[in-house]
Design a protein around this ligand. Structure first.
Ligand code: SF4
Length: 81
């Protein structure tokens, strides 16, 4: 597997709304990036609202791995493949 550079820039954040259980941990960690909508599902409000480290932490905090991160070249950063 190709190693992902540590500094890779998060370019795209995808929330799997079917997987999201509304745990809101992503919002607790990265409140400038995500918010909970009226269906209690996480939505990306501002992809550059938080720094990369915070966004990665928020994705890691999701209990159902509903958050997928991609770098500028479209490679998946998280969850690691
Ligand atoms: S942490 Fe995961 S399950 Fe919880 S609201 Fe965010 S995306 Fe949904």
């Amino acid at each position: 597997m190709e190693e992902i550079p540590k500094k890779s820039k998060i370019a795209k954040i995808v929330v799997d709304r079917d997987a999201c259980i509304g745990a809101a941990s992503c919002v607790a960690v990265a409140g400038r990036t995500f918010y909970m909508d009226e269906e209690n599902k996480a939505v990306v409000v501002e992809p550059w609202g938080d720094d990369d480290e915070t966004i990665l932490l928020s994705a890691q905090s999701c209990p159902v791995l509903a958050i997928t991160l991609f770098d500028t070249e479209g490679n998946q950063i998280y969850p690691e493949l």
